[in-house]
Each structure stands twice: as structure tokens, then as C-alpha cells.
Design a protein around this ligand. Structure first.
Ligand SMILES: C[S@@+](CC[C@H](N)C(=O)[O-])C[C@H]1O[C@@H](n2cnc3c(N)ncnc32)[C@H](O)[C@@H]1O
Length: 325
């Protein structure tokens, strides 16, 4: 078995991070589950082994790791380089919207570009005045009800509840183990009174109510795309990635059901990633608003309630084209 023993001359946090960065670069790893480069990934993992915070300071760089911590580095390097475990699963934590989330192999590692939109209060797509205009703050300030469909770790639901202090958020997933993680995160962020984890196959077990915002990062990856993904993705639950109907299975269900669940002045925000082109091909007349993000990422669109009503027949009709899809 290949062992990754730290060279004796590498003693400090700094030395070991530099050595691990080079090791990562030589070993053909994929970065994209919380970091996008070897140095950040090395810093994250070695800080974890050294019991330092992920945002350690320059003062920590000279810290000399104990023998136990050096052994932990060896074990972690095996997990990361040989097993191809993403760093988030090794450490049990991921960062989204500036918040820390507990994660495990039952949930996708949070990375949706929707975080940026939440930070902007869904502006200008949602007419939000609540906390921007505190003098008019009242119980009626919207959004009051938000649905995070396909919540996984609960990251999007929790980020929404963090910015919209008046809102109750339903966080829906079909996976009980994923919802256990979501519930850990809901408690961690003191949101048990406003974020409600619901086990449901899409809308099936949902109460009949109207949401001001329906937001979703559902599975949207086709089988042929999954087959080509780096090993790190194959450590994530396939039920969090794969979608039938050319990646559109879940997005189309949301578009169809939004007619019944969206408030009159609400919006729907859905991430479909690389399946964006297929969606636009199937609905060439529908003016999806495709969002651009400063911090990268694409394949996220917005539709408002008027459009959801206007195009409902087309969304329903797509089932007749299922053979094509
Ligand atoms: C792409 S992950 C998104 C997780 C989270 N929203 C995020 O951004 O990290 C998709 C989630 O959809 C859930 N899911 C798959 N099929 C579902 C269904 N039929 N109904 C509800 N949730 C489903 C999976 O369990 C998974 O947690």
C-alpha cells in the first residue's frame, strides 16, 4: 500500500502545506468541491489535521504538528489521493454562503452559484423591501414562504432563512439520510423555528400552499456526463446528480408544479447546469432569464409567476414529448 509519510524536514504547518500542495499537483486530483486549486485544498486539509481553523492566520504557519497530527496527515492523504475522497467528506464540513455546513456522503457538497443570488436578496427578480427598508419592516414583508426543493444538506434553505428574517422555509428532499444532515445544519444555525425539513418525492407530500420563492438545485446530470466525471464526483450520492429526460426530469416537474405552488407575485429559480441548452431547445419560445454570476457558475434561470401561468400548458405538454426527451 502506498504511504504518504511527511519528510522529516517538514515540521511546521507551512512546510507541510507546501509539500502537500506539490503532492496534490503530481497526483492528478480534481478540485471543485469547495476549492479550485491544490494550495487551498492542502491548506484546508492540513489545518484540519493540525486542529487549526480553516481560516487560520499567518501566526499559525510556524505551528509544529505533533506526532499524532502527522499520522493523521498520512491517513488523510491516503483518503484524498488514493480513495479520491473530496476534502469536505474527509473533514465533515463544507462552506457555503460564508456559513459552515456539516456534510457526509449522503449529501452533495454545497457549491451552487445560487448563493450569490441569495446574498443579493434575489434582486432584481424578487421585489424585496424587508430589511433593506427597515422603517417599513412588518410581518407582511415578503418573502414569507420559501420552498427549497431538493435541499440536500439544507444549504440553500438555511442561506435563505439567514437573509430573509421573516421567511419560513420548507426544505424538501426524498432522501432521509440527506434530511438528517439538513436537520443537523438547521440546528447548527439556530433555525429550527423557521426551516422545516420535509421528506417528499418532489411535491407529493407538500402541504397545498403558495410560496413567494421556489428555489432549487435539483439533480440535472445525464448518465453520459456522469460517466465522464472525475472520481471525486463518484463519491457523492448519485441520486443527487442524475436526472433522466436529458437531465431535465426534476426541473420540468418543478416548472409544471409551480403553477399550483407559486404565489401571484412569486419567482422560480432553478439550476440546470449543462442541461440549460436542452431546456431552451425544448421550449424555444419561453424567455428564460439566464443569470450571470460574478463568482462563476451558470445554468441558473428565473421565471416569474406570470410566466409560470402563461407557459403552463407548454410545461404540461412536454410529457407528451417524453419520447423525444
Ligand atoms: C444536486 S443535489 C442538491 C442539494 C442542495 N440543494 C445543494 O445545492 O447542495 C439534489 C438533491 O435532490 C434530492 N432528490 C433527488 N430526487 C428527489 C426527489 N424525487 N424529490 C426530492 N428530492 C430529490 C437528492 O437527494 C439531493 O439531495
Amino acid at each position: 500500500m502506498k504511504m504518504f509519510s511527511i519528510p522529516v524536514q517538514c515540521k511546521s504547518l507551512h512546510d507541510i502545506i507546501v509539500w502537500v500542495e506539490q503532492l496534490f499537483q503530481k497526483n492528478n486530483l480534481y478540485f471543485g468541491h469547495g476549492t479550485d486549486n491544490a494550495l487551498d485544498e492542502a491548506a484546508w486539509l492540513i489545518a484540519y489535521c493540525a486542529d487549526k481553523p480553516v481560516d487560520f492566520t499567518d501566526n499559525d504557519l510556524g505551528y509544529v504538528l505533533t506526532p499524532e497530527q502527522r499520522e493523521k496527515v498520512t491517513a488523510v492523504l491516503h483518503q484524498r489521493i488514493i480513495d479520491k475522497q473530496p476534502a469536505a467528506y474527509i473533514t465533515g464540513t463544507a462552506y457555503f454562503f460564508g456559513l459552515e455546513f456539516t456534510v457526509n456522503e449522503h449529501v452533495l457538497i454545497p457549491r451552487s452559484p445560487v448563493a450569490e443570488l441569495i446574498a443579493e436578496h434575489f434582486s432584481p427578480w424578487f421585489d424585496y423591501t424587508g430589511w433593506l427598508n427597515k422603517s417599513s419592516q412588518s410581518e407582511t414583508n415578503k418573502p414569507l414562504a420559501i420552498l427549497d426543493m431538493c435541499t440536500g444538506s439544507g444549504c440553500i434553505a438555511i442561506a435563505c432563512a439567514t437573509v430573509f428574517k421573516n421567511a419560513n422555509v420548507d426544505a424538501v428532499d426524498i432522501s432521509e439520510p440527506a434530511l438528517q444532515v439538513a436537520n443537523i445544519n438547521i440546528k447548527k444555525h439556530n433555525l429550527t423555528s423557521r426551516v422545516n425539513a420535509i421528506c417528499s418525492d418532489m411535491f407529493e407530500a407538500l402541504p397545498q400552499k403558495r410560496y413567494d420563492i421556489i428555489v432549487s438545485n435539483p439533480p440535472y446530470v445525464t448518465q453520459s456526463e456522469i460517466d465522464q466525471l472525475p472520481d471525486e464526483y463518484h463519491k457523492e450520492p448519485e441520486s443527487g446528480l442524475f436526472a433522466a429526460n436529458k437531465g431535465l426530469q426534476f426541473a420540468i416537474t418543478i416548472l409544471q408544479q409551480a403553477f399550483y405552488y407559486l404565489a401571484d407575485d412569486g419567482i422560480v429559480v432553478i439550476e440546470v447546469g449543462n442541461s440549460a441548452q436542452t431546456l431552451q431547445q425544448y421550449f424555444p419560445d419561453i424567455p428564460f432569464t439566464w443569470l450571470e454570476f460574478e463568482s462563476g457558475g451558470d445554468g441558473v434561470f428565473v421565471l416569474d409567476a406570470t410566466q409560470i401561468r402563461q407557459y403552463h400548458a407548454q410545461f404540461k405538454n412536454i410529457n407528451n414529448m417524453a419520447g423525444d426527451l
